[in-house]
Design a protein around this ligand. Sequence first.
Ligand SMILES: Nc1ncnc2c1ncn2[C@@H]1O[C@H](COP(=O)(O)OP(=O)(O)OP(=O)(O)O)[C@@H](O)[C@H]1O
Length: 257
Amino acid sequence: MSEAPDDAAPLVLSVERLRKTYGDTAAVEDVSFAVRRHELVGLLGPNGAGKTTTINMVLGVLEPSAGSIAIDGIDLARDRARALARTNFAAVYAPLPGNLTVLQNLRFFGRIYAVDALESRIERLLERFRIAQFRHTKCGLLSSGEQTRVSLAKALLNDPTLLLLDEPTASLDPATAQDLREAIRAIARETNGGILWTSHNMYEVEEVCDRVLFLSHGRILLEGDPRELPAQHGAASLEELFIRVAREPLDFNTGVR
Ligand SMILES: Nc1ncnc2c1ncn2[C@@H]1O[C@H](COP(=O)(O)OP(=O)(O)OP(=O)(O)O)[C@@H](O)[C@H]1O
């Protein structure tokens, strides 16, 4: 756990009244939140809660039905290219091309992002994620944990102000996951960015996140410090709170549907 981020730190992500509907189904409904510089925010919720839909709207992959998104103060709808140049992401469902080596992949993406001094940037990231020995190995041949580390290196190539991580430790053994959590915490501390992170591992969320948002049925039901929220709501642990929120798809504070 790190020092609490400064409440006055600039917003690296600001989401206002975001909504995404598919026909009569609202995947995301009236969601507002922010991520500050140096902050690690967990986006939690049961399967189908709307986490990936939210992340995909922030990444510009999905167009919101309503609402606005600003990255580092830049409105995504109005100035898309400039806003997206400040983001990056890593997700297990978006692996890097398997027929390219680690180096070829990092060079390819580095050129797309127009990274300055690309070769030295790549070398630093290969060291940081302990993947230098795989530089000439095709990504498709790496273990899932090794691929995750390459995806994280790729996600940091452009030194993003906003880093989105969708279950970054899902395929990792406990020791590798622990190393990775430490690396990600260090990134939040040392860079000028903030991180939005999804995970189903409540132990990890308590250890890593400065703040969490509980999403259920497309709405934010709870928000706060993952170490304080359980006691505030009479739950013994974050996991117990998560299960209650997931099973009670109603206004958690008032009990009103
Ligand atoms: N293209 C689509 N068309 C119709 N419904 C969709 C579409 N994409 C997502 N949904 C629905 O929107 C809801 C939110 O889905 P989403 O993938 O954002 O959930 P999630 O919180 O990421 O879940 P998980 O933890 O299972 O990955 C789900 O009910 C899903 O079925």
